[in-house]
Design a protein around this ligand. Sequence first.
Ligand code: GLP
Length: 349
Amino acid sequence: MKQDQGTLIEEVAGATETQSVKGVEMKQEHAAQIAAVVDAVNAKKIDNVYFVACGGSMASLSFGEYFLSKEIEIPSFVYTSNEFIHRNPKSLGENSLVVLRSHSGTTPETVEAASFAKAKGAVTVAISMEAESPLAQAAEHVVHYNYKDGSDAIDGEAGMFYTLIFELLNALSPNEKYKRVVNQLPNLGNLIEKNIEQFSEAANEFGKKYKRDKIIYTMASGAYIHHAYSFTSCLLMEMLWIHSNAIHSGEFFHGPFEITDYDVPFLVVKGEGASRPLDERALDFVQKFSDKVEVVDIAELNYDGIDEDLKEYFGPALTGFVLRLYADGLAEHTGHPLSVRRYMWKMEY
Ligand SMILES: N[C@@H]1[C@@H](O)[C@H](O)[C@@H](COP(=O)(O)O)O[C@@H]1O
């Protein structure tokens, strides 16, 4: 059992000279929720970490798996909720940390997965915009985030999630880098605003140019494959009814590239970080054979106030807000609002 070491947020709050973003502080109840998770992790020997959710929520949790597997030796896994229950992973047990996420807090498979993990004795953490939701009640710990209610981004989905992940990384394997990430995360609000401003026009042009296309492929790698997945599944297919597939840049040459032609559209997310060369290789190819290639270059995002060596952690936190603009552009020019569903939440399935 480790000593109770407290959280990085508490450390920052007690040492004003290290606080990098003046006037922006996480709400106390949110900092306390994260502190409770850190205490629970410090009180146990954690052997593995499971991230469990559905759809866009699963994609968001996958950034946690990406950073944990890249940074520390404790293995981590991502599961869609129903498979988590049905597969019943052998290493799930009382030394597991299971992080579940549901925006609504009501997705039945995810609620059930929380009860399933709790029954196995794991430390369970529910992330949701609804602090009283069924998911929050099924898990031992709750990490709540504010959604479109005027709260600062540090209390929103990205601010809360990335703070939790870097607090967890620090609890499992302390490193001064994680402290700097937590110190600099309050910059998110400002950065989201600046990046929305920077990419709005290109995203609107994208909508104008591709409004007649019935299929748009997305391509990415590393952390960004999870952005490609949610862009494809949630934004293009669910909300805009545009056929798509999220292709991993490293896998592109092992089948999918045969579909490339002058009139086949690709949205390529050129990542910032370890797997950027994979994206560059795939991009070189599609740019040779397709006239319909759109690139979102994550290295070109605005990272004001972020240390150079921390950009790879901030890129994934900002990209969702940028890609959302590209869906907004399509919605605007196709006249198909992102809110329309035919089946989802409308019937039993
Ligand atoms: N497009 C939505 C996602 O955005 C959502 O994440 C998921 C699960 O819903 P919830 O996050 O409420 O559990 O359903 C769909 O996939």
